[in-house]
Design a protein around this ligand. Sequence first.
Ligand SMILES: Cc1ncc(COP(=O)(O)O)c(C=O)c1O
Length: 430
Amino acid sequence: MSDDPTYGFDTLQIHAGAKPDPATGARQTPIYQTTAYVFRDADHAAALFNLQEVGYIYSRLTNPTVAVLAERIATLEGGVGAVCCSSGHAAQIMALFPLMGPGLNIVASSRLYGGTVTQFSQTIKRFGWSAKFVDFDDHEAVKAAIDDNTRAVFCEAIANPGGHITDLDAISAISDAAGVPLIVDNTSATPYLCRPIEHGATLVVHSTTKYLTGNGTVTGGCVVDSGKFDWSANDKFPSMSQPEPAYHGLKFAETFGPLAFTFHSIAIGLRDLGMTMNPQAAHYTLMGIETLSLRMERHVENAVKVATWLENDPRVDYVTYAGLPSSPYNKLVPKICPKGAGALFTVAVKGGYDSCVKLVDNLEIFSHVANLGDTRSLIIHSASTTHRQLTTEQQEAAGAGPNIVRLSIGTEDADDIIADLDQALAKATA
Ligand SMILES: Cc1ncc(COP(=O)(O)O)c(C=O)c1O
């Protein structure tokens, strides 16, 4: 048993990529806490460095514990391969790195995690890359923003913080027509709720820090390769389709076919950028991922109850949860995330900034933290924290204005979560 794709999600989340340890029979995937791997002989070493044989050289590139996690996530997402990285933000750079160069741009949704907006609007400029931010509900605007220098279209399946759902089929039709890959951040949805590759995504990125690990212990990221993009169809992706000087002239698309992106990411991305996941982090995420479907079901069930209660509370102006029939994104749920709209959404609290601050200070079960996707219920006032670096216009566009708090609904008893919100709202709006 390992990766038979006919197995169900619940089976694959426990078994995909893993076998009993060949050396000891250990049933759980061991933490291979080693930097390097002994070569059988000089020919073996040369074959590994030439990528003629797949194996382990040095843990900046690959490590057996991390490899199990990469294969597990690739299988759950329906991809051909994956590369794990040190964080979700590292995964985003790793996804863009083989595609981009100075003067080139990406077209990105204006509804993204605030840290990603900062990474794309500020930091990538130092590489000579740029991002154009567009409302991804406006498909004509997405089309119009793509130009000859665009090398990727980027969005979140369920957007942080508002929980808005992106019509991935419509966006992938646009990126396909333009001959550029669609990269989908599937952090908030997870492959249990949404499988972006089935909706046309070329690459799927994750902050494994969140639901995939699920227990708030380690940061990590992953890029999943659909294997479906033809990198040689035009001359836009020379690092994939032409002889790559950084790997003695290897042509990745010709040599590795559908696995070209995955091999490029390991052989050049991890080798030269060094954004490697360590085996301890992979271990914690492997522990978490075994219960992903069970947790996501409870997250969604609780989110529906809590969002419904909040929507009917007079101390609240509105709730953005796409799982509510009142949400304009509700109609996308059956198509994009048929098992539910996740457990992340924002709430506009009457009384604005001051009420939000009092609310976060008075909650007892909820933790006030810059994280999401934990089994614990979490809250944050985005405008004063995660989205603080953004302009007011960017905050509003991202759904993180001063009167807004973001909730990540945990797996505790829904009645207890609601009672906690009730008592803290009473103090916040007294
Ligand atoms: C949707 C989304 N993508 C990416 C990231 C970045 O992930 P990390 O914090 O693991 O770098 C986050 C972090 O909150 C996120 O919410």
